[in-house]
Design a protein around this ligand. Sequence first.
Ligand SMILES: *[C@@H]1O[C@H](CO)[C@@H](O)[C@H](O)[C@H]1NC(C)=O
Ligand SMILES: *[C@@H]1O[C@H](CO)[C@@H](O)[C@H](O)[C@H]1NC(C)=O
Ligand SMILES: *[C@@H]1O[C@H](CO)[C@@H](O)[C@H](O)[C@H]1NC(C)=O
Ligand SMILES: *[C@@H]1O[C@H](CO)[C@@H](O)[C@H](O)[C@H]1NC(C)=O
Ligand SMILES: *[C@@H]1O[C@H](CO)[C@@H](O)[C@H](O)[C@H]1NC(C)=O
Ligand SMILES: *[C@@H]1O[C@H](CO)[C@@H](O)[C@H](O)[C@H]1NC(C)=O
Ligand SMILES: *[C@@H]1O[C@H](CO)[C@@H](O)[C@H](O)[C@H]1NC(C)=O
Ligand SMILES: *[C@@H]1O[C@H](CO)[C@@H](O)[C@H](O)[C@H]1NC(C)=O
Ligand SMILES: *[C@@H]1O[C@H](CO)[C@@H](O)[C@H](O)[C@H]1NC(C)=O
Ligand SMILES: *[C@@H]1O[C@H](CO)[C@@H](O)[C@H](O)[C@H]1NC(C)=O
Ligand SMILES: *[C@@H]1O[C@H](CO)[C@@H](O)[C@H](O)[C@H]1NC(C)=O
Length: 383
Amino acid sequence: MIVRLDQALILGLVLFTTQGLAANCSTISITSESGAKTLRETCRVITGDLTLGPFPQTASSIYINLDGIETITGNLNHDSGIDISDVGVTEVPFTVSSLTLKEVGGSVTFDESIDVSGLQNFTMPNLATVLRSFSMGLGAANFTYLDITSLEYVSQLTIGGTNLATLRHTKLSHATGLWVYDNSLDSIDSLFNNPLNLTSGADIYGLPNVKNVTVGFRSASRLYVSSNLTVILGGSSATNMSLGAVQLFNLTGLQRSSHLNILTADSVDIRPGNGISQIDVPFDDLRELSVREEAYNSEMELRLPAKAVNWTGGFKLNIDWSPQLNFSSIYGLDNQGNRVQNWFWPTNVSSISIYNAIIANSFLYAQSKSPSAFHMERTVRFC
Ligand SMILES: *[C@@H]1O[C@H](CO)[C@@H](O)[C@H](O)[C@H]1NC(C)=O
Ligand SMILES: *[C@@H]1O[C@H](CO)[C@@H](O)[C@H](O)[C@H]1NC(C)=O
Ligand SMILES: *[C@@H]1O[C@H](CO)[C@@H](O)[C@H](O)[C@H]1NC(C)=O
Ligand SMILES: *[C@@H]1O[C@H](CO)[C@@H](O)[C@H](O)[C@H]1NC(C)=O
Ligand SMILES: *[C@@H]1O[C@H](CO)[C@@H](O)[C@H](O)[C@H]1NC(C)=O
Ligand SMILES: *[C@@H]1O[C@H](CO)[C@@H](O)[C@H](O)[C@H]1NC(C)=O
Ligand SMILES: *[C@@H]1O[C@H](CO)[C@@H](O)[C@H](O)[C@H]1NC(C)=O
Ligand SMILES: *[C@@H]1O[C@H](CO)[C@@H](O)[C@H](O)[C@H]1NC(C)=O
Ligand SMILES: *[C@@H]1O[C@H](CO)[C@@H](O)[C@H](O)[C@H]1NC(C)=O
Ligand SMILES: *[C@@H]1O[C@H](CO)[C@@H](O)[C@H](O)[C@H]1NC(C)=O
Ligand SMILES: *[C@@H]1O[C@H](CO)[C@@H](O)[C@H](O)[C@H]1NC(C)=O
């Protein structure tokens, strides 16, 4: 009995050691659940890259459990193995989960250029740091669930997936760029309501379920929004915000938070969505404002605040194809029907270009100084 037990123990030890040798804790590809099991039981640290896939097309689904791995010094990648020429082929559905992974020294990339990825669920609630980019869900039509609860430090972050409906995430303390593509989330404030310095800028495209986004950056070289939502400038912590080029398309509203002390932008380009009746341009300093109503046919009022008299950088106004914008007067009516001034010309205007809008001379003559450059084409005059 005792001898057999010893033999079993020795056999077990040999098996374990063999397994340990078989699993290489440096750059490695995992193509099956059992491969993941060997890896997670052997490696706490992966020195190099970990690539998941290609998975066997014969499997009905794959569950990659990486519990046990704490650090990947290189990249965590996905390889679907599917080429753009493999028309109609899609990957098997798969989930990736690790309750232990905390740090990735390179990038995390689960994106495809075409809609073939089988990614359904990415759950890494303790992943706190990704030193390079985190890019998840593009080309993954069945991706619905993303848990990155603890992810605070990342260089650049990209999230997509038209059916992505759940994002578990708390806040970011470092990022240089944020890109959010078409998805089904109802809030992206855990990403955008943070006092970040986004030297690479931030983009938002097509979020049908997001009604408003709170932008809490300290600074961003660019803010691009193309989505039917209201942008609230000013988050819970930043008191000053400095933006470079701002482009707001399909906008339903633009608000400034009362938390914001100073708000500046180099240029703002607004192409509002249908149904927006009024836009207050809420900046303490702005160099250039462009508006184009494009295909929209509802009447809209554009207002420049009293503080615009202090925009001293040589303001440029470009109004392009906005037949519903009425620049007949610097006065309008407030909510109570009282006559109020709702357009304040900046003191230093360097150019005005108005193409196809309603305009009257008295609106332009209300400037204290005449512009050094003046350009008006095919203006529709009503007065
Ligand atoms: C582990 O992987 C590295 C890099 O791919 C390779 O150089 C090394 O020989 C591998 N070691 C074993 C035991 O397979
Ligand atoms: C998504 O799921 C549907 C139905 O479950 C399936 O037909 C389709 O192939 C999946 N797409 C991908 C890219 O996995
Ligand atoms: C995603 O996977 C995690 C971990 O396995 C699980 O807790 C969660 O319920 C899954 N979510 C969905 C929507 O399947
Ligand atoms: C952003 O930049 C400001 C000013 O340079 C600095 O005080 C702040 O700590 C920076 N914030 C982050 C999150 O890097
Ligand atoms: C933003 O939208 C959410 C619902 O999606 C709502 O609860 C909240 O009051 C809105 N915030 C503002 C400032 O409009
Ligand atoms: C955009 O949102 C407004 C207000 O919520 C709504 O009336 C309009 O139909 C939406 N447009 C699109 C294209 O979703
Ligand atoms: C905000 O900007 C003002 C004016 O430029 C400056 O005096 C103040 O220190 C800034 N506050 C913060 C928190 O950066
Ligand atoms: C957003 O606006 C662009 C033009 O500014 C337009 O082509 C596009 O159809 C709009 N998208 C939605 C969803 O309204
Ligand atoms: C313009 O700037 C001056 C000097 O900083 C300040 O006193 C004045 O209140 C500002 N005007 C407005 C309307 O903000
Ligand atoms: C007006 O703006 C121009 C930049 O376009 C600048 O060079 C000039 O100094 C400004 N003038 C005043 C009086 O601020
Ligand atoms: C434009 O606004 C003026 C008042 O500021 C008004 O008298 C005029 O009827 C408006 N024009 C159009 C076409 O709405």
